[in-house]
Design a protein around this ligand. Structure first.
Ligand SMILES: C[S@@+](CC[C@H](N)C(=O)[O-])C[C@H]1O[C@@H](n2cnc3c(N)ncnc32)[C@H](O)[C@@H]1O
Length: 279
């Protein structure tokens, strides 16, 4: 095993610590064992078929393919989610959308009401599943225009035994009819089409990353239409690019939202903006 890990680290090269970690994650995945087992059983032999699978994954990793796609999963909010090239790989900064939504709404509904939250552009289901996990009494609606993404999200919900999430296919608000929610949350595509970042993100679905040439198209659409689907006092919580906070806040104010507030991620970037709709 040590020889295989050294071979993997050398092939993945440029960043030695990441190379070693990636090699360990890939070998552990191929062997179906935890990474710790590689250290505990360092002298154990690996059969030829597993070595061939491992080497194939190393080559794909060296070509830039994200590790999450190679092993088919990524952790988000302590939930292990299946991912495929049909969905964006959930990012740690998106956990702030979850944190803010939990902070803004009451845990329990009043009397005979229910708390309804919509996650638009759910992808792997990351935000909806995290919210449902923390607030089992809330009714979650998760939408996406991608049937493949929804299939994956449904599977993730089933594996996590979260059965209070409804999945609907369609363009942003289209599948919601006239329904209203206590919060609408979204991590929409927000990278400008021509941005160089699109090249480094080339393995992820373009429709999950970029809404068009300017990058703000989906955010503007969500801001304009969400108010028709929010209860009085309901919240819109949006993730956006670090350089889009000013435009997002201005659009929210212009559309008549109150209590517009932006939050920084751990790296100090303005990444999540919330606003309240008061009819
Ligand atoms: C940035 S990804 C976010 C995925 C997931 N919510 C997360 O945070 O990991 C954006 C998602 O929006 C979906 N999407 C893009 N355009 C859409 C549209 N017009 N209507 C509905 N969903 C859309 C994409 O398919 C993708 O799953």
């Amino acid at each position: 095993m040590q020889r295989l890990l050294a071979e993997g680290s050398a092939l993945l090269g440029a960043v030695p610590l990441c190379a070693r970690l990636d090699a360990e994650v890939l070998l552990a995945h191929v062997l179906g064992r935890p990474r710790s087992a590689l250290i505990a059983h360092a002298e154990q032999c690996v059969d030829a078929a597993a070595v061939a699978r491992y080497r194939m994954l190393l080559v794909r990793r060296a070509g830039g393919e994200p590790i999450a796609y190679l092993i088919g999963e990524r952790e988000f909010w302590s939930l292990m989610l299946a991912v495929s090239p049909a969905v964006l790989i959930p990012r740690p900064e998106t956990e702030q959308v979850v944190e803010r939504t939990l902070a803004l709404l009451p845990e329990r509904p009043r009397a005979d009401d229910e708390i309804r939250v919509a996650d638009l552009g759910t992808g792997s289901g990351a935000i909806a599943l995290a919210l449902s996990c923390e607030r089992p009494l809330w009714k979650l609606t998760a939408t996406d225009q991608s049937a493949a993404a929804l299939q994956l999200a449904r599977g993730n919900a089933a594996r996590a035994r979260l059965d209070r999430i409804e999945f609907l296919e369609g363009d942003w608000f289209a599948p919601l009819g006239a329904r209203r929610f206590h919060a609408i949350v979204s991590n929409p595509p927000y990278v400008a089409g021509g941005n160089v970042a699109m090249r480094t993100l080339r393995f992820e679905p373009a429709a999950a990353l970029s809404p068009g040439p300017c990058g703000l198209e989906a955010l503007h659409h969500l801001i304009a239409l969400a108010r028709r689907h929010l209860e009085t006092g309901g919240w819109l919580v949006l993730e956006h690019g670090a350089d889009q906070a000013v435009e997002v806040a201005a659009a929210l104010v212009a559309a008549g939202y109150a209590r517009v507030r932006c939050h920084r991620d751990l790296a100090g970037h303005d990444r999540v903006t919330e606003a309240q709709w008061e009819d």
